[in-house]
Design a protein around this ligand. Structure first.
Ligand SMILES: O=C[C@H](O)[C@H](O)[C@H](O)COP(=O)(O)O
Length: 228
């Protein structure tokens, strides 16, 4: 990762952490940008006495939060939360998102849905006019072929994500399979999201279109941020 991208992620992540106030229940997204948010929250907890609890969206985020001294809670205890901060793989000009590079989009969707405010932290290279990144989809193995068939009928191409230091498919934090679906440029993200999420056996696809009204996008660059 170039130094520019690292600084851009850091600037976005840090800015988002400073939006958090005492008493907040904070959805903690997954990925490299939110890690900067979590590091800054950890600093604020230790240095400023900030009192918060985090709801992690993945096993990795839970482990990182524990190591950083961020107290954790769950959606069982707080079905409604104050603010969720999360990264994205692509953000279009209408605030439609593609998420799930880390295969965490199902829990990320649950946490974003539970939050009053959804803060998306990205480096500015993630901004695009039209979504065209690969769309991750989490599916139960029983429905894998049905999903692949449906993706084909929608003009896409589905590839089961393979592990890096494991042979065979990536098994998600929910014990399911992650499938990367390439549709090229996506003309209608809302309808594609609905089509994919309605396939029986799909837990969640990575297209997020329904949180626009509560979304603030913080796009980091090498020297600062832009709020969209
Ligand atoms: O499953 C992973 C998530 O959707 C991430 O939030 C997304 O991939 C962005 O990650 P990063 O901040 O590392 O680019």
């Amino acid at each position: 990762m170039s130094e520019n991208i690292v600084n851009s992620k850091k600037n976005a992540g840090n800015y988002a952490a400073d939006l958090v106030i005492d008493g907040n229940i904070v959805g903690l997204g997954t990925g490299s940008t939110v890690l900067y948010t979590m590091e800054r929250l950890s600093y604020r907890i230790k240095e400023e006495g900030l009192m918060i609890k985090g709801v992690p969206t993945s096993y990795q985020t839970a482990v990182r939060a524990r190591n950083l001294g961020i107290p954790l809670t769950t959606l069982d205890d707080f079905p409604k939360i104050d603010i969720a901060i999360d990264g994205a793989d692509e953000v279009d000009s209408d605030f439609n998102l593609i998420k799930g590079r880390g295969a965490a989009q199902t829990r990320e969707r649950c946490v974003a849905a539970a939050a009053k405010q959804f803060i998306v932290v990205v480096d500015e290279s993630k901004l695009t006019k039209k979504l065209s990144a690969v769309v991750p989809v989490e599916v139960i193995p029983f429905a894998l072929a049905v999903l692949c068939d449906k993706v084909k009928s929608l003009g896409g191409n589905a590839i089961v994500r393979e592990g890096v230091k494991k042979d065979g498919p990536v098994i998600t934090d929910n014990g399911q399979i992650e499938v990367d679906c390439d549709f090229g440029e996506i003309d209608n993200p809302e309808s594609l999201e609905t089509e994919l999420n309605n396939i029986p056996g799909v837990l969640s696809c990575g297209i997020f279109t329904e949180f626009k009204e509560k979304t603030v996008v913080i796009a980091g660059n090498a020297t600062g941020i832009e709020i969209l």
